[in-house]
Design a protein around this ligand. Structure first.
Ligand code: DX5
Ligand code: ZN
Length: 216
């Protein structure tokens, strides 16, 4: 069964408490929290005070996806806010290994996200040090975009790299995930499905989460 991680970027911010309660009652495994700085990506989402409230409202792991430059500057603050997983972008980390060591030393689970144009081969020398790879299946910055088909090939390649080396790194797919494409993603080798609009814009979010979870 896949791990299902609804992205609260698509939730109703005026009803954040109820949205968290809904996720707590649902079959969602993780809370996916998107942090954007208006610099690495052309959008600004929410920051530490909001993350802190959300993390306090759940006992499920909070998967914090940092779409920000210089993530090392804030790693300790995200730990204090309650982040369980801290995912940084390959494209903004010239000293990626140092970022990963820092995240681990702060007792968080480290991950690396790559943009649609970044080849999975670039992860070869960091793969053994991380628990999660986020393959961006849209250009980061906005919810509700179309899934980029080339991602399928990237999932298969990364799955092969992980299996060949006997690693346990999880492959997380972020962007344009739907009930319709979930099956193909899982069969290509995905472990974690992030879903924003698919979950929160549905009249029955819990049912959609359940459908994603039980995708065969
Ligand atoms: C995009 C974010 C995603 C986003 C996904 O930059 O990283 O997590 O919320 O939204 P959907 O599922 O609507 O494409
Ligand atoms: Zn995300």
């Amino acid at each position: 069964m896949p791990i299902v991680a609804p992205s609260l970027l698509a939730s109703d911010f005026l009803r954040l408490k109820e949205e968290c309660e809904m996720l707590n009652e649902s079959e969602a495994d993780w809370f996916h929290l998107d942090v954007m700085d208006g610099c690495f990506v052309p959008n600004i989402s929410f920051g530490l005070p909001v993350i802190e409230k959300i993390c306090a409202a759940t006992s499920k792991p909070c998967d914090v996806h940092l779409m920000i430059v210089d993530p090392g500057k804030f790693a300790e603050d995200f730990k204090k806010a309650g982040a369980d997983h801290l995912i940084v972008h390959y494209e903004v980390c010239p000293h990626l290994h140092r970022n990963i060591e820092q995240i681990r030393s702060l007792d968080m689970i480290p991950g690396v996200a790559i943009n649609p144009h970044t080849p999975v081969e670039f992860l070869k020398d960091i793969l053994q040090d991380i628990d999660i790879v986020i393959l961006m299946s849209v250009n980061p910055g906005f919810g509700g975009q179309q899934f980029i088909p080339q991602t399928m090939q990237k999932i298969r390649e990364l799955r092969r790299m992980i299996n060949d080396r006997g690693l346990l790194t999880k492959i997380e797919i972020d962007g344009g995930v739907t009930v319709e494409n979930a099956h193909a993603l899982i069969h290509a080798g995905a472990d974690v499905l992030v879903a924003g609009n698919t979950v929160f814009k549905s009249p029955d979010p819990k049912a959609v989460i359940s459908k994603l979870k039980h995708t065969k």
